[in-house]
Design a protein around this ligand. Structure first.
Ligand SMILES: [Zn+2]
Length: 498
């Protein structure tokens, strides 16, 4: 995708709690010290004498992690392979079932199970056959720590986090909190945070546009799967939070793979033999399925998280909900080989955006404003206004633009965050500039608006405010006369700013 960007200097006129006041680069926050610093060495606010480890400096950390890995692999070898794999498999299944039951998912635990499977595939068949079983819980805990460290390296490499040389204080992008909030809203919980009341805050809106569709013979898959668009978005966020974890689910997928996985899902079996699954998969050869390649990719890969798990006696562990979870992920990938539902997903997102607009109008109305219950457009050349809210008693008019978008996990890197979330066309700054134009148009055509809406007084007697209402905390909160505020802070904003 070719993207256009706004020039950097536009940012200089923004006000943000997340960007340096001087140079508008990202602010970082010390996790223990709570210091807020600008890490741009060219900025006058860059702290004198401060130094961060470069990625080479992280080499020491990588060495520690290698040692940890070796000790964990040695521990795994003390287990009976079949028992260990069955325990991990059941644990992962429990996480996925919880995800579908709307309980949320602790991401680190999920990443841990995948990492264990990948590592097991890399040491199999040297793992023990003993019948004594060491403590699984403690192995899981140590593995979880190991995975946290691996993801931490990932964070250092993409500059989400930095380590200060003088005292090893960890600084992270201050705006990262908004990302974690978004993940919680999708029911995805980072291990360090725990479950809070803001899990699934927006699910009511997304459910509004959901429809129940039964799968019928010969039906286009995308038509069936589009009803699960929330799950498709959620799995994408869950799996692609780190570059590393995204690689683990970057399967070499063909449309025949999708058909075969769907077949395994509907067969609803939790056990197969190798011969049994091979003869079942023969049904999909006519769609071009390469059975051996399929099993290499989804069962015994040393790079991708296995979905099917091979145990002793040529038995295979299989779980329909795990397959479904993977299917959601694969269908969400924008791959031309796959029967791609992204168009329909985009449509669902647009429908949800309309519901969100309506919620914004309702909220303004609850705050005592008179608001037309649909977007306003006064002529062919007029821009469309999501909400025009009028309060005669205070002689105030609020022009609000609703933007129901998520933060792209891939943009959460110290290198790309500002460009992707702020400067790219159609992102925040673009929307704020457009809102500014709407304000101008509104003022210049006030008489026409007055005829259309219930405005009684003269143009000069009103204070006009403009805002872009977002789903999550916006990266900047003001550009010239246009504010940006998230939905859950809109009421506060109305009271404080106006
Ligand atoms: Zn700065």
């Amino acid at each position: 995708m070719v993207s256009e960007f706004y020039p950097w200097h536009k940012i200089m006129e923004t006000i943000s709690d997340y960007l340096c006041t001087e140079c508008k680069h990202l602010l970082y926050l010390g996790l223990n010290t709570k210091e807020e610093i600008c890490v741009n060495p060219k900025c006058i606010l860059f702290p004198v004498g401060i130094e961060f480890y470069n990625v080479k400096g992280a080499q020491k950390l990588k060495n520690e992690i290698d040692e940890l890995k070796n000790s964990l692999l040695a521990k795994m070898k003390e287990f009976n392979e079949t028992i260990l794999k069955t325990l991990i498999f059941s644990y992962r299944k429990k996480l996925i079932d919880g995800f579908f039951a709307g309980k949320g998912m602790i991401l680190n635990e999920f990443f841990t199970t995948n990492q264990m499977f990948i590592d097991l595939n890399s040491i199999s068949p040297s793992i023990g056959r003993s019948n004594t079983n060491p403590d699984f819980e403690s192995l899981l805990q140590e593995y979880s720590y190991y995975v946290t460290r691996l993801n931490f390296i990932d964070d250092l490499e993409n500059r989400r986090r930095l380590i200060r040389v003088s005292d090893n204080e960890v600084f992270q992008i201050k705006y990262l909190d908004a990302l974690f909030l978004m993940l919680r809203n999708w029911g995805l919980i980072s291990s360090s945070i725990g479950i809070t009341e803001d899990v699934f805050r927006y699910s009511e809106i997304d459910q509004q546009v959901r429809e129940d569709i039964q799968l019928e013979q010969g039906m286009e898959l995308e038509k069936y799967f589009v009803q699960f668009f929330e799950h498709i978005i959620r799995t994408k966020y869950a799996l692609c939070l780190y570059y590393r974890t995204a690689q683990q689910v970057k399967y070499d997928v063909s449309s025949a793979d999708i058909a075969a996985l769907l077949g395994l899902f509907f067969s609803n079996r939790s056990k197969w033999t190798v011969n049994g699954i091979k003869s079942y998969l023969l049904n999909y050869e006519k769609y071009g399925l390469d059975i051996d390649a399929f099993l290499r990719e989804y069962m015994v890969s040393k790079a991708r998280a296995p979905i099917l798990v091979l145990i002793e006696g040529d038995q295979i562990l299989c779980d329909p909900s795990t397959i479904l979870f993977l299917l959601f992920h694969l269908l969400g990938l924008n791959d031309e080989n796959v029967n791609d539902p992204s168009q329909s997903i985009a449509q669902k997102k647009q429908q949800a955006a309309k519901v969100f607009e309506q919620r914004v109008r309702e909220l303004l109305s609850e705050n005592g404003y008179s608001v037309p219950d649909k977007p306003v457009k006064i002529s062919r050349d007029s821009p469309e206004y999501d909400a025009i809210a009028i309060k005669e008693t205070e002689k105030t008019i609020v022009l609000a633009e609703a933007k129901y978008w998520d933060i792209s996990p891939s943009s959460i890197s110290g290198w790309t965050l500002i460009e992707q979330e702020l400067l790219q066309k159609k992102r925040l700054l673009d929307q704020m500039l457009k809102q500014r134009e709407r304000v101008e148009f509104f003022k210049n055509n006030f008489e026409k608006f007055k005829e259309e809406l219930t405005i009684s007084g003269e143009r000069e007697t009103y204070k006009v405010f403009a805002c872009v209402v977002t789903k999550y905390t916006p990266l900047v909160r003001k550009y010239k006369n246009v504010h940006a505020v998230d939905f859950f802070n809109l009421t506060n904003w109305l009271r404080k700013v106006i």
